[in-house]
Design a protein around this ligand. Structure first.
Ligand code: LLP
Length: 415
């Protein structure tokens, strides 16, 4: 991990920010680093790594991920088109569509490209079965329990809308519509606790034995967490892999067929490859609280406001305005939006938290770390703020991989 931190430091040298500013490429934006290669290496024991592109769906990042032999998932027509544009095909199960619904236009594209479908509801079986018999499908099983770093990221159990509850009915429907079952999939949530892996594996075994037919794949889903807070540790991947590998081997022996083991992370692969660079616009003392207002809000990064998520925050002073004496201040970090909850430093309950940072003045840079996953991909145009650019830093060069949106683009559809 120190390799990653060093590269991040390298990227954040003053010259780089000055360069970006001077060239008017960006004043603030996402920088994606190619540290994801290091993360992918850690997953290499799995037969297939499938990138959950909802975490970061920039086509240029998808192309890089593809070049490392990684597969991809798509959860909407938009994500299918992004994957196809990045060069993924349905060959070798490289692109799989996962959802709980099948909209007509999506179904048309799926049939046109023969994309395998990971089925999350019985209605999907009927919809695809009526038009495309023998279509390759996976079943996304809801194991009747879930997990996640927040209640909103828990995708299992009866409080979740995701996955198939009644496996026996799903199997009889698959037979009725003559669909071809190729894999079993389970994703219990995002930011999972490894204490639940045994329960998940047991549930997968039970389902596979219950289904009792030959399959080609099982997927452990995604949800692997990363250390956002300074004291947090990297996930124990060896334990995780060993549990799933044993599960695969057992199912494979019981069903007498070779089975490939997949994993489907988003965050684990890209979160630490991104930072959000913002600038201090105002410093306001409000009674006992000192607020910094920066030029990015929950329109650019919503995780802290939606889940109370912690992101490391650091400061880079402007090159020509370095403080003579370094001091620190306890700040609340706020965005520019016309909404009181536009705060980057709150806890799960929305309570204000203070962050001790080097004392800043307007113009200094505030860097929000680990934003490569669910940062840009969850951004919005709230308060009519255009989407910020995404910049890729590779081999000491900067590439704009998503241009800054213009206000003109924003209003165009309304004229
Ligand atoms: N597979 C499926 C079927 C999923 O629904 C998800 C995430 C993943 C894989 C990848 O999960 P990951 O490895 O990235 O944790 N916006 C939230 C996360 C919601 C994820 C939704 N599904 C956040 O910022 O924490």
């Amino acid at each position: 991990m120190s390799k990653i931190k060093n590269l991040q430091k390298e990227m954040l040298r003053y010259e780089n920010i000055t360069y970006l500013k001077k060239n008017m490429i960006l004043l603030y934006g996402y920088i994606m680093l190619i540290l994801l290669k290091i993360k992918l290496k850690k997953l290499k024991k799995f037969d297939n790594i499938r990138f959950a592109q909802k975490s970061c769906s920039n086509i240029n990042i998808l192309k890089i991920i593809k070049s490392y032999g990684v597969k991809v998932d798509a959860v909407s027509l938009g994500e299918i088109i992004r994957a196809l544009t990045a060069g993924f095909t349905s060959k070798n199960n490289d692109l799989v569509f996962t959802s709980d619904i099948l909209e007509d236009k999506t179904l048309k594209k799926i049939i046109q490209y023969h994309i395998p479908v990971n089925i999350g509801s019985l209605n999907m079986i009927e919809k695809i079965g009526k038009i495309s018999p023998k279509h390759p499908v996976w079943l996304r099983i809801n194991p009747k329990f879930g997990d996640g770093h927040h209640i909103k990221t828990n995708t299992g159990g009866e409080n979740s809308k995701h996955g198939i509850w009644d496996i026996n009915k799903a199997i009889s429907d698959l037979k009725y519509y003559n669909l071809s079952l190729i894999g079993l999939h389970m994703h219990i949530g995002s930011g999972i606790n490894l204490d639940n892996i045994k329960k998940m594996c047991d549930s997968m075994i039970q389902c596979a034995l219950n289904i009792n037919q030959k399959i080609q794949f099982i997927s452990a889903g995604g949800g692997l967490n990363i250390p956002y807070k300074p004291h947090e540790k990297e996930i124990n991947l060896e334990f995780y892999y060993n549990m799933w590998n044993k599960t695969r081997n057992f199912i494979s022996s019981q069903l007498s067929c070779p089975i490939k083991l997949e994993v489907e992370p988003g965050r684990f692969i890209v979160a630490q490859s991104g930072v959000l660079i913002t600038q201090v616009c105002a410093v306001k003392q409000m009674g006992n609280n000192c607020f910094i207002i920066i030029n990015s809000g929950f329109n650019d990064l919503i995780r802290p406001m939606l889940y109370g998520s912690y992101h490391k925050i650091s400061v880079i002073h402007q090159l020509n305005k370095m403080p003579i004496v370094q001091s620190t201040t306890d700040y609340i970090i706020a965005g520019p939006l016309c909404e009181s909850g536009d705060l980057f430093t709150t806890n799960h309950e929305g309570l204000l938290l203070k962050r001790t940072l080097p004392t800043v003045i307007p113009g200094d840079y505030i860097i929000i770390h680990d934003t490569g996953a669910y940062g840009a991909s969850m951004s919005s145009n709230y308060n009519s703020r255009p989407l910020i650019p995404e910049i890729l830093y590779q081999n000491n060069n900067f590439y704009t991989i998503r241009k800054r949106q213009k206000i003109k683009d924003l209003i165009q559809l309304e004229l």
